[in-house]
Write a protein that binds this ligand. Structure first.
Ligand SMILES: Cc1cc2nc3c(=O)[nH]c(=O)nc-3n(C[C@H](O)[C@H](O)[C@H](O)COP(=O)(O)OP(=O)(O)OC[C@H]3O[C@@H](n4cnc5c(N)ncnc54)[C@H](O)[C@@H]3O)c2cc1C
Length: 323
């Protein structure tokens, strides 16, 4: 059952920032994750502040320099079916199409997708785990087959978003408005690793709101793609996912960014693999070396060692098949 709270529709961005700076206030965009968290008592809210009527946070606009601005309230479904995103940023449109179910894509927003809470069954269950202020991560000695193999530090969640790794690969940024003014951050630096603060998922400070996502103009020769492996064929979070953005000059890889989902507590960039690929031609041996480099630092838990060959295969297949 949902606990009691006051519900307020913000009339402007300034109004929302003021309301969200109060103790116990929570931001409501599409509500697909927020309401579940409140119902499951993962956190409480004295006030729920809806930003859903802030029109200037909606829509997809081409920028004069060739990039794209996506308002934080743009739905995942709009992103998946946008012709310009399909044409210029295939990884993003493919990732959006892989999110949840049609109903959730129609209701959920890109801002909410980036800020959603993790899906770890201990965090979502009745366990006072480290992330909820407790003293341990229950996954370490518990059921950890879906947990992370990279970047875990006392907490072993995987980041739940399909869209975030696509944005990291495409070198996107977020614009943030808050009580201290406006600022921006690369999506790559937007999520909070547990080694820095295990109780937060993003770098947002109280009262701050993601207003826009900015995609740079695609470089000539850019090809991008997102592939996801899930445990079931109906809606499911990524067991393993990869977002690739590779710039080819004829057969040569001149630039490359790769990020994983389902691997780490934050969207996980593969800088070592990128270094192996950049400057090379795409062929089986170099791709195998890149996949090896990608997973060199992996530290699987007792039940998720299977993720290493799974990711290796996914990385190799996706790089070899990108067109
Ligand atoms: C059954 C189910 C299956 C799912 N499967 C997938 C999946 O396969 N892949 C995937 O990527 N996602 C999946 N999701 C997550 C889903 O995509 C997100 O719930 C959705 O995108 C969140 O958007 P929302 O607008 O509903 O956010 P809300 O629920 O309104 O908000 C989510 C969180 O983000 C905060 N927030 C929202 N917008 C902003 C903003 N602009 N600035 C700052 N903070 C903000 C809220 O305060 C809240 O904490 C699934 C969700 C469900 C319920």
């Amino acid at each position: 059952m949902l606990p009691g709270f006051s519900y307020i529709q913000a009339k402007s961005l300034e109004d929302a920032i003021r309301l969200l700076s109060e103790d116990g206030a929570r931001l409501h965009a599409g509500g697909t994750d927020l309401l579940g968290c409140l119902r499951e008592h993962i956190f409480d809210a004295a006030t729920v502040v809806s930003i859903s009527r802030l029109e200037k946070l909606k829509g997809i606009t081409e920028l004069p320099a060739g990039g794209l601005r996506i308002g934080a309230l743009t739905t995942v479904a709009e992103i998946a079916r946008s012709p310009i995103i399909q044409a210029k940023y295939a990884a993003l449109s493919q990732a959006a199409a892989e999110v949840a179910s049609p109903q959730l894509r129609n209701q959920g927003t890109i801002g909410g997708n980036l800020c959603q809470k993790p899906r770890c069954w201990y965090y979502r269950g009745e366990f006072n785990c480290l992330r909820k202020g407790g003293d341990r991560c229950y996954a370490v000695k518990g059921e950890n087959q879906y947990h992370c193999i990279l970047g875990g530090a006392d907490c072993y969640i995987v980041h739940p978003s399909d869209i975030a790794p696509a944005l990291v690969a495409l070198d996107a940024g977020v614009q943030i408005a808050g009580p201290g003014g406006n600022r921006s951050a690369a999506v790559e630096n937007f999520h909070m690793p547990p080694s820095r603060d295990v109780t937060r998922e993003t770098v947002l400070e109280p009262g701050e709101i993601v207003t826009d996502i900015i995609l740079p103009a695609p470089k000539e020769g850019l090809r991008s793609s997102y592939r996801k492996v899930r445990a079931r064929r109906s809606w499911d979070f990524a067991l393993a996912g990869i977002a690739l953005a590779i710039v080819f000059k004829e057969d040569q890889i001149t630039d490359c960014r790769i990020a994983l989902s389902g691997a780490a507590p934050v969207p996980w960039r593969l800088k070592e693999a990128e270094a192996v690929l950049t400057g090379s031609r795409r062929h089986q041996e170099i791709v195998q070396r890149a996949a090896q480099a990608a997973l060199a630092a992996a530290e699987p838990l007792p039940q998720n060692e299977y993720k290493i060959p799974l990711f290796r295969g996914l990385i190799e297949q996706t790089i070899l098949s990108i067109n």
